[in-house]
Design a protein around this ligand. Sequence first.
Ligand code: KMH
Ligand code: ZN
Length: 286
Amino acid sequence: MRGCSSQAVMITCALVGAELTRQQAPYLPLTPQEIAESARDAVAAGATILHLHVRDLQGRPTCDEVVFSEVMAQIRSHCHAILQVSTGGALGDEPEDRFRPLKTFPEMASLTMGSINFAQGVFTNPMPLVKKLAQEMRARSIKPEIEIFDVSMLETALYFAQQSWLSWPLHLNFVLGVPGALSASEENLNFLISKVPRDCSWSVTAIGRWQFPMLRFALMKGGHIRVGMEDNLYLEKGVMAQSNAQLVEKAVSMAQALGRPIAGLSQAREILHLGTPGYNAEALHP
Ligand code: KMH
Ligand code: ZN
């Protein structure tokens, strides 16, 4: 479903990410309990998908499946949502570590289709690694969210689908505004949308001050949206969000003002074809 401007919108919340510290983001949830409580509040505010990174006891990003499992169990004890683990990890993670979150059998996982400069660092995703991650997701019935930071990544995703390395239909997430990758503009997003195959779903993530203006545009175009402290800390200029839930609430108001109902969990699973043969079902995590 390429997107229609009255379709229910799925809201993803990216709760913590891998880059920010408490010094930069005083309200960032870090411990399993903080992440789970932040998840609960974000879901109560209207999020249906949770994009997950986790941190170790020192607050540093980790791919450790034990920590992921603990966070996911705590989240599930508080609320129901589609859990999407990150295989992007943090810049500089060892390739083999990026498979570790998949051992937790989540419903979804992120999959970035190529390498980019990422602010002052490099986000390294060579083709053989992406292919192996895709195969591992398929073997474990995990639905990938295809992360598109630049135009060539969309072309790579379509090539992967053609080769049957990715199952159809794809769920694409356009990540705009990372310094070094595709900038956040309506023109760029329009171009990307024009390339989305008819059956595929798509969402938008935009970094920093671009978050809400780009999400508004995505909502008008019939797309799904992602908010959260991984991407942006501010509700508006000079006003820092004190929780992920506040960012979700702002997204919900924006969607409702534009006539987009908020997708519930079963609607989101339908849009994403979760629970159909080949994908993990909710029943796995009653
Ligand atoms: N932390 C970034 C380097 C993902 O989660 O898949 C990559 C990232 C993408 O956050
Ligand atoms: Zn991420």
